[in-house]
Design a protein around this ligand. Sequence first.
Ligand SMILES: Nc1nc2c(ncn2[C@@H]2O[C@H](COP(=O)(O)OP(=O)(O)OP(=O)(O)O)[C@@H](O)[C@H]2O)c(=O)[nH]1
Length: 374
Amino acid sequence: MQRDTKNVHWVVRMNRRNRTWCGLLLFGTMVSHLVTKETGALTWVLLVAQYFAYPQLVYLYARRASRPMRAEMNNLLLDGFCFGVWAAVLGFPIWITFIFLVTVTVNMTVFRGKPGFVQAIAAMTAGALVAIVAGGFHFSPETGWPATILSILTISIYVLVVADSAYHRAVSLHEAREQIRANEQALMHKLEQISALEAQLREQANRDPLTGLFNRRFFDATLEREIARCKRDGHSLSVVMIDVDHFKKINDTYGHQAGDEVLRLLGSILGEGVRASDVVCRFGGEEFLVLLPSMGTQAAQERAEQWRIAFSTTSVLLSRDKIGATFSAGIATYPDNCPQPEALVECADASLYCAKKEGRNRIVVSGDNVAVPT
Ligand SMILES: Nc1nc2c(ncn2[C@@H]2O[C@H](COP(=O)(O)OP(=O)(O)OP(=O)(O)O)[C@@H](O)[C@H]2O)c(=O)[nH]1
């Protein structure tokens, strides 16, 4: 059965590899040293257990631990303790003790810095002391040339393995960072697309698709704001309500498409030369509303008159038809002729009604014989 090692913490995997392969070299080195000594069977058994069973046991412990990195640090300390025991049991042979010292301190320092170095020394010392207390102290530092050569080989290979691991770690870190950067860029791009889409949707929600002017929803929201502003600042606020004359007849005579073109023409005339603060909207059907903040009756009337002349003198060309149209408009201005800004649309509507009644193609200002709604 193949075990899935991909989910095992990379430090646990790396240390298992190092313990297994560098352990084999260390095993060989120790064997070459022990064969020159009188070595009991127990020592051989323990040596085999140390280099063949121990790496697998500590790997299983770290792999199953809820915090594998912490478990692996405990394993490294245990390595130090065991090497301390072996060093003392063997009488501190100089080369073998040196390998123990280098591997244990490097392993701990890589992960914990200087405190790791101190902990490694402490773990080795503890192991050595335990062995000395249990079995007595003896000192036999010399190693024969086979053990010396194997020791040099082992330490060289160990340093190479550590350097190679560090290199691969650096490469995969670099790749991961690049991947994160690419993901971030893709995410930013998506966010930009989403906010552009949102802005587009917001814009569409406020626009009339036929004329491109604002719609009633937007007008209502703006009117509320402008009413609050004109009340606060005491500025004028004018509303012009416009309705195409006999529009039904245009539709009936030239068709719905011709009617649409007439509405588009009026929309473009109303939209020309507006101030940033003006709000031109299609209120529905053939009815338009223009909100003119900070504009008194006279100026609003002049503007509406310009639109009326422009519209009545411009024709829509459709196939062979030249379609002309006029509009009627009602104007209401706060505070000039409409004392309640909330009633501006109603006042303008009443004036528009008057303009229609008086014969169309004209503009009527609220208050000019127009009953102001109460
Ligand atoms: N082409 C077109 N026609 C529309 C649209 N919306 C509403 N209408 C038509 O506009 C016409 C409005 O007619 P009426 O309310 O009778 O008004 P009118 O004919 O302009 O008469 P007065 O306003 O009294 O001058 C109706 O026939 C609606 O079908 C639109 O988007 N496009």
